[in-house]
Every structure is written in structure tokens, then in C-alpha cells.
Design a protein around this ligand. Sequence first.
Ligand code: GRF
Length: 207
Amino acid sequence: MLKIVVCVSGGGTNLQAIMDAIKSGKITNTELIAVISNNPGVKALERAKNFGVPGICMSPKDYASRAEFNDAFTAKMCELAPDLVVLAGFLVKIPEQMVSKFSGRIVNIHPSLIPSFCGVGYYGLKVHEKALERGVKVTGATVHFVNEGMDEGPIIAQKAVEVLDGDTPEILQRRVMEQAEWILLPQAIDDVANGRIKIVDGHVRRA
Ligand code: GRF
């Protein structure tokens, strides 16, 4: 059984897609043991509660320094000891100490086709604003392993989504979620849970 912790910051629709997939059997061999949010009172924590899984709130704002938060966050994750950490719209940079402790065991969903529209400053709606500003005709989503860089780890899966005339950032965000994110992330978790992917020379290969 793959034990997973999902980290969230807001609405938690990706978290919901994971929970739905666990319930329906699209994700097998997986147990969601906790949800961590850096924001109190978000919908994602309500979703966790409804699913009957502990929701934990840990915000950098509650600590005297980022270093203290990083230590506490890493310690909490070590205490929970998941086999896989899933970042599903989590807007906090993962501390390097945690990346090295959970090397190859943290995955993130990013709402663009990496390496486009990613890295520092590209989060949430901003990603879609930038894609529309640039006038791309195709965007999408990427699931990747997390390393010390920002959106730089080995890519697990990507899915393209069309950009349409008249799109606003909100409309495009919704389409990318529906057509890519909510499909890719549960699939990737199921792949990890069932040993279908491995990292070879820094690249993800299907086993
Ligand atoms: C998603 O688009 C995710 O890729 C991103 O932030 C959004 C989070 O949405 N980085 P939700 O909280 O899963 O609804």
C-alpha cells in the first residue's frame, strides 16, 4: 500500500480528483493518510474532512522565520512518513532538507507544458495569464518529480490542452484542470503505487 500525503493551498480540486479516484478504484494500492494546507479555512481542508482524512494546517506565517517553518514542516512529514508526497496546488517552496529526505518521492502538478510558463513567479492563474499574453495555441499540464529547483525535476507525464479564442485566464485554467490536471495526477499516483515508473539517469521511464 502506497501511503500518500497531499499538500494543498486552496480549492483542492486536484485533491478531490485524487480522493474520487481512490474511491472509484482508478487509483489502487494507495492510502491517503493526511492532507497538509498552508492556509487555514480553505475548501481543500473541508474536502479532506469529508473524506475522513486528517487535515493539518502549517503556515510559514506561524513561525518566526522560514528556516523554523522548514524544520517544522520537514519534521511533520518525517513523522507522517508517507511513501509519496503529492503537491496538488501547494504554493510553498519545498525545503531542500525535505527534498533530500524524500528524494524521488515527491510529485507536483504544474498547469503548463514544462519548460514553458514555469519557474519562479509562475503559479496559479498567473501561469494562464502568461500563456494568453504570449498567444500560445496549446498549453497543458505536467506532473513531475520534485528536486531542488523550481518545476525542474524529472517529468512523469504531460497532456496538451487547446487555447481557444476568447479564453480568459479563468476559463483556460478550468479547461486545463478538466482536460489535463484531474486526469494526469491520479494516473501518476496509480503508476507510482503499482511500480510502473522509475527514474533512470534523471529521466522517468515506464517499467
Ligand atoms: C492547479 O491549477 C494547480 O496546478 C496549481 O494551482 C491550482 C490548484 O487548484 N498550481 P486546486 O487547489 O487543486 O483546485
